[in-house]
Write a protein that binds this ligand. Sequence first.
Ligand SMILES: Nc1ncnc2c1ncn2[C@@H]1O[C@H](COP(=O)(O)OP(=O)(O)OP(=O)(O)O)[C@@H](O)[C@H]1O
Ligand SMILES: [Mg+2]
Length: 361
Amino acid sequence: MIIKSLKLKNFRNYDLLNLNFNHATNIFYGDNAQGKTNILESIYVSGTTKSHRGTKDKDMILFGEEEAHIETIVEKKGVPFRIDMHLKKNSPKGIAINKVPIKRASELFGIIHLVFFSPEDLNIIKNGPSERRRFMDLELSQLDKIYLCDLANYNRVLNQRNRLLKEISFRPDLADTLEIWDMQAAEYGEKVEKRRKRFVEELNEIIQGIHKKLTGGREEILLSYESGKSGENLLEALTKNRERDIRQKSTSVGPHRDDICFWTNGLDIRKFGSQGQQRTAALSLKLSQIRLIESVIGDTPILLLDDVLSELDKNRQNYLLDSIHDIQTLITCTGLDEFVDHRFSINKIFQIKDGRVIKEN
Ligand SMILES: Nc1ncnc2c1ncn2[C@@H]1O[C@H](COP(=O)(O)OP(=O)(O)OP(=O)(O)O)[C@@H](O)[C@H]1O
Ligand SMILES: [Mg+2]
């Protein structure tokens, strides 16, 4: 799949922008704070409805304006789709696909597949479990509509259960009503966990070969899904932990507490890996994500590389650039040095300055 064009109006520091992309590699370069990431962000928003930075709609509108507009045209297996998104200050965004307004953001599901890769992603193994859960949830929500729905239901039930746990400390008689939430939490939670486990298995099949090549055969990697339960099903685990949950006023077991464990050569590198090992494994994970999407949708995703090259040493830079030549890639960087020694061909370069493209070739 490729993105053909992007038009922005009043998005971040762009009053008006009109870009046509090459089907292969596109570079955006310029000094800091000129608007390079903003371009990738607008594409991410139009594919997923949300900013990768977690910014609210109103904060992505050009200061002093009421509304921002993003228009993207993507092509999937030769078929064009136009997505229009209007971000508003005080009301929900408006979205249209091929000029037909949609009511629910979830209708956008499955139209654009993106992989966003930023320097923070290189810390996914070093950082806490919530980021790894976020990775699973974001990825699976893009790939599997049923997962999206099960996860939303699980989170809703979990919130209600947690609210009830807080109320029970004032009104112990409400403890009897926990059972109904336990049953629902178990129903959706088991589904979420099952799909995540399958996702980890799918990743395992891909990541092993990638990681071996990336480390010159020195490291073997294995991912495993880590659940806080010990063997029993979720309903049993919730029941077993009920007293503790009432005391702590929060739910202590379930997929909202689970994690992915990364083993290399038999070592849990979340805890014992060197910084370099953790970052290399994170790069392998990201490259696996691309291939997994490809195998599920039968098409390549669009890769958005935000400032990642400068974070990698020459070997890893080369490996990354070599691995992505069959994918449309949008790369931001502050200079073009990274590409000088590389046989990698750049197809289009945009120089960005102060919310404008000042050079395009
Ligand atoms: N809502 C907004 N309205 C106007 N300008 C904004 C808005 N939000 C952010 N900006 C401006 O956008 C600029 C940052 O853009 P961006 O993050 O794309 O920079 P960048 O070129 O990627 O820089 P770096 O190389 O440091 O990553 C900042 O100067 C900021 O003031
Ligand atoms: Mg940036």
